[in-house]
Design a protein around this ligand. Sequence first.
Ligand SMILES: Cc1cc2nc3c(=O)[nH]c(=O)nc-3n(C[C@H](O)[C@H](O)[C@H](O)COP(=O)(O)OP(=O)(O)OC[C@H]3O[C@@H](n4cnc5c(N)ncnc54)[C@H](O)[C@@H]3O)c2cc1C
Length: 407
Amino acid sequence: MSEPEHVLVVGAGLGGLRTVEGLRRAGYEGRIGLVGTEEPPAYDRPPLSKQYLAGEWDRDRIDLAAGDHLETLGVRTHFGRSAVSLRAGADGNEVELDDGSTLHADAVVLAVGVAARRLAEQPESVHLLRTVDDATGLRKALANASSLLVVGAGFIGAEVASTAVKGGLAVTVLEADGVPMARVLGPEVGALAGRLISAGGADLRCGVSVSSLTASGATLSDGTSVEADVTVVGVGACLELDWLASTGLDLSGGIVCDEHGRVEGLDGVWAVGDAAAWTDPRYGDRIRHEHWTSATDQAAAVAADIAGADPPPESVPYFWSDQFGMKIQLIGRPDLADGLLALHGEGFADGADTGGEIKGTTIGYLRGDELVAVVGFGAARRVARYRKPLAERATRDAVLEFRDSLT
Ligand SMILES: Cc1cc2nc3c(=O)[nH]c(=O)nc-3n(C[C@H](O)[C@H](O)[C@H](O)COP(=O)(O)OP(=O)(O)OC[C@H]3O[C@@H](n4cnc5c(N)ncnc54)[C@H](O)[C@@H]3O)c2cc1C
């Protein structure tokens, strides 16, 4: 493919910003346009449930493109504007914006992220957390509150709970599943994550769902109710891709891409970040990661692909979460696993939570005999060491030998 004259990036969050930066780094000298629904400056989301929510960091500290960064890169911005349709064709692509204007580009990168999922009949006074405006609203509400109800014990819910406990609030966390984070970590490791939440000082109630939400709390499926000054819903994210319906693509599982991020079925269109379901070159399936590092890695790969530069080295999926004084880190693909292997620490043995110290606990995920993921609780150095056996698709015995070689 010859180098395009105009690359248009839709979505000015992490993936979009890293794509425009990557294009220039890869030597691309043509025109770049960047469309973003949100008003500038673009910002980073992980601190929204952590330092920014706690009031420890201000807005400047989370900027992704401070000052004249985008001007310096020669990027034409269309902020405060949403893309409302895409027409991809052999003669180039057209993106229509919500002000009725149309932008033409020979390469389009979709970096549109996801939205926070609402509960049915969720009152306006109940908070969500996806944008900096959401975080600012929640931060103000928490400053005047003494109790918080968190609906959903996923990573974001647990981080908000942790921040609020640290701020002195009485926090109740509701989880419909039997344990928190089961969808990502599996039920056994999820039980350990649940213990971290309870030991951290939040009142975690699992296996209950919300029947109704009010401005002052919730009524639960077991007939009980919880009162709180502030309620936040953290029940995952949803795709907002209706504006791409005219492309005829099946978007139900995200924007389907090959292993280079090229959108399957559309010439000259790539996708990165939370909305993109890339082909995993190792396992051949498609997977959508809602991980900061995936958006960054994919942006670098797409920028190189468009600019005709050498691709970056293959990366292993990585996610972290900071909660209750501990960093949880996950590398690899736990969704593929059918077995667990306790590696280090005292919190986990024989496939179950032991009740022992959580810090330092490191667990491997196996698919058959092959290591496919590793999770660590307060075990950053250890987890990093397992990148190599993961990349090498080490067997159970090789992993145990590797573990024993670590000091
Ligand atoms: C509160 C919070 C905490 C997090 N913490 C962690 C963490 O600790 N570790 C971790 O690995 N990950 C974390 N994440 C996830 C991480 O932030 C995301 O994976 C990352 O932001 C994804 O980047 P993205 O570019 O795909 O999407 P986003 O950063 O969401 O950016 C997408 C942008 O596209 C815009 N957009 C959408 N539709 C259109 C349209 N039609 N036209 C124009 N613009 C559009 C959106 O408004 C948005 O600004 C967290 C996320 C949140 C919300």
